[in-house]
Ligand binder design. Structure first.
Ligand code: ADP
Length: 190
């Protein structure tokens, strides 16, 4: 455990942090939902966010479906709602790729989830954002591969961005945080 605590420091000049816990408890300006394209709720992170956030989020998702995404939110894209009863202010919904279902474009689509969510945060003047390990649950993306893709996408975005103050990677399991700490592509602060 000491190794983990030691490692749960910051990366990328203090702008990236790793935490173990339930993403619904994060107090960042936005938390990211590992949604599905219906935007109408599901299991995993999605279920936890809608349960803890209450009906306001679902109502806004329904409105997004009615207005902007009648056929659902495409894989790799991101959309924003308020956060209902959650401690964060906004929820950014993004749809991860299903492992093995995108003819070799899985990594590109997973990177797009992170990049588009970060861009949407900046567009909405949000400076802090927390991500779950998108696609690594029901959608079957291997954890190690997902870490490489997600950390590279975030590192690349931050290298060109001066607005965001904090990006948090949240893992519900200690084991998954350890996989992140071992495989991420962010610079380490000493
Ligand atoms: P996907 O359908 O994109 O795979 P899931 O929600 O099924 O999304 O899982 C994504 C990851 O989030 C998994 O690694 C899962 O263990 C983790 N997870 C599940 N619930 C939470 C939560 N409340 N907070 C943070 N991470 C969670």
């Amino acid at each position: 455990m000491k190794d983990l605590e030691e490692a749960l420091k910051s990366f990328a000049g203090g702008r990236v942090r790793v935490r173990v816990g339930d993403i619904t408890q994060e107090r960042t300006d936005a938390i990211v939902n590992a949604a599905n394209s219906t935007l109408l709720g599901g299991g995993g992170v999605d279920g936890a966010i809608h349960r803890a956030g209450g009906r306001a989020i679902l109502e806004e998702c329904r409105e997004l479906r009615r207005t902007r995404y009648p056929n659902g939110l495409p894989t790799g894209e991101a959309a924003i709602t308020t956060a209902g009863n959650l401690p964060s202010r906004f929820v950014i919904h993004t749809v991860g790729p299903r492992w093995g279902r995108h003819a070799g474009r899985e990594a590109e689509l997973l990177a797009a989830c992170y990049t588009n969510s970060l861009a949407l945060a900046v567009e909405n003047n949000l400076r802090t954002i927390a991500f779950p390990a998108i696609s690594t649950g029901a959608y079957g993306y291997p954890h190690r591969e997902a870490v490489i893709v997600s950390s590279e996408a975030v590192a690349k975005f931050l290298a060109e961005d001066n607005f965001l103050n904090e990006v948090v990677f949240v893992f519900i399991l200690v084991r998954d945080a350890q996989v992140f700490l071992k495989n991420h592509k962010l610079g380490k602060d000493d």
